[in-house]
Design a protein around this ligand. Structure first.
Ligand code: ASP
Length: 437
């Protein structure tokens, strides 16, 4: 059994958090591959080291001294080291870094030092072998991961040293230069490391006990999802739920490795387990797995008596494509269709879009209605069960929420309901309390 455990910024924000990480790692000897982010915020007034390092680079670019910021960063690291009684001579490396600071300093190299130093400290504290991401995460000339080389390097380090610790968020280009990933990239490194060693589970330790069933800003203390499939996760993420980045899911999903989101501050909570297929789990008998949604869509309705539906639809889609407005949903009628598009994506181009449609398709009418919110009710338990949509619509109807548009994915994993923006919160609450909570 091999577990890959990735700890996010808030899990390694200070000495107290380091202690929690050690307790977690020590409680299970199969957690042999550990990945860490740079130290994050200790409280809401604090700063993430990565943010400070970006700020530092901005100062350098404008020729402003970043001495103060560098000394704040140094203090954070030295404090962790001293409080935990570690021996790592971090000052020497920080001095060398300070000497190399100038306006030509690579921003990627500079910001990657947040994870590098955090990982050096954590490696010593856990007694794990530090394996620099520059020596095991490789990108090609196109900037994409060189999967073969990377997986081989991580696998061989794991075989050689047993327990390894890798800093997240960065890797090396063929030119030898350090390149960072997108923000939050430590999650990607964790997934890559899990896939490389063919881990039995990829644990992603953060500061929440899993993915919540609904947005806590809308629903009062929503429960967390115990188990869901990768497909459900994608639906929720697409509709605005804040979950891991797609790139952080793909490597483990591809290998069929379950992903477990856990809370470093509450290790007793099981968190959320994301699996390939959860047919016979029997754990979660809820009708809905989760609810997510987004506001501010427009419905573009095109009507024409006796219309050649496919042709007119294709013409309209081509026009929208020219204006880079991607279509979220399509509703088809006999002589009419409605396209749901993000209002911001259409922007001022809407007038040109309408006149292009008029010119190309000669419709009887083209209308645009703004202020639509989409709410996705996601749940594998709804699939191919008669009556699923009826139940949801009835509950919304009873609350006086009128439904402006409806769409269901072909796999019946989600039902997407369009309501007026003003009914967005109420719709989510109705669905949550009726079917998820
Ligand atoms: N430290 C980086 C960030 O703040 C990457 C990460 O936390 O995963 O974006």
């Amino acid at each position: 059994m091999i577990k890959t455990a990735k700890f996010g910024g808030s899990s390694v924000a200070g000495a107290a958090q380091f202690r929690k990480v050690r307790a977690i790692v020590e409680s299970d000897s199969t957690r042999s591959v550990v990945v860490v982010s740079a130290a994050g915020k200790r409280d809401s007034a604090d700063h993430k080291l990565t943010d400070l390092l970006y700020l530092c680079h901005a100062h350098l670019t404008y020729g402003v001294s970043c001495e103060e910021i560098m000394s704040t960063i140094r203090q954070r690291f030295v404090e962790i080291r001293d409080e935990l009684g570690l021996t790592y001579r971090i000052e020497e490396e920080l001095d060398a870094l300070n000497r190399s600071l100038n306006k030509d300093m690579s921003v990627d190299l500079l910001v990657s030092r947040g994870e590098y130093f955090t990982a050096r400290l954590m490696a010593e504290y856990l007694g794990y072998r530090f394996v620099d991401a520059a020596d095991c995460i490789f990108f090609g000339f196109d900037g994409h991961l060189d999967k073969e080389k990377t997986y081989a390097a991580i696998r061989s380090a794991h075989e050689q040293y047993g327990n390894i610790l890798i800093p997240g968020f960065y890797g090396r280009l063929p030119t030898g230069k350090v390149k960072v990933m997108t923000r939050g990239g430590g999650d990607i490194t964790g997934a890559i490391a899990a896939a490389a060693v063919e881990a039995d589970v990829y644990e992603n330790w953060t500061d929440v006990s899993g993915i919540l069933m609904a947005d806590p800003k809308i629903v009062d203390s929503p429960g967390s999802i115990e188990k869901l499939t990768f497909a459900e996760l994608r639906e929720l993420a697409f509709m605005g739920a804040s979950v891991l980045h797609e790139d952080a899911i793909y490597p483990v999903k591809e290998m069929g490795i379950p992903l477990n989101i856990r809370n470093t501050n509450r290790p007793q909570d099981p968190g959320t387990l994301i699996v390939d297929s959860a047919d016979e789990d029997g754990i979660q008998e809820r009708f809905l797995t989760g609810i997510a949604g987004r506001r501010n869509f427009s419905i573009l309705t095109v009507s024409k008596h006796n219309m050649d539906l496919s042709r007119t639809l294709i013409e309209t889609l081509e026009i929208l494509d020219r204006y880079h407005a991607s279509v979220e949903h399509i509703n088809l009628g006999l002589d009419t269709f409605g396209l749901v598009v993000s209002t911001a994506a259409l922007g001022d181009a809407i007038y040109e879009v309408i006149s292009d449609i008029r010119r190309a398709a000669h419709p009887d009418d083209v209308r645009v209605e703004d202020g639509i919110a989409l709410v996705a009710a996601v749940g594998r338990k709804m699939s191919f069960r008669p009556g699923s949509s009826g139940k949801l619509f009835k509950a919304l109807g009873e609350e006086g929420i009128s439904i402006r548009t409806i769409a269901q994915g072909a796999d019946e994993l989600s039902i997407i309901i369009g309501v007026d923006n003003k009914n967005f919160d109420a719709a989510i609450r109705v669905l949550y309390h009726g079917f998820a909570g």
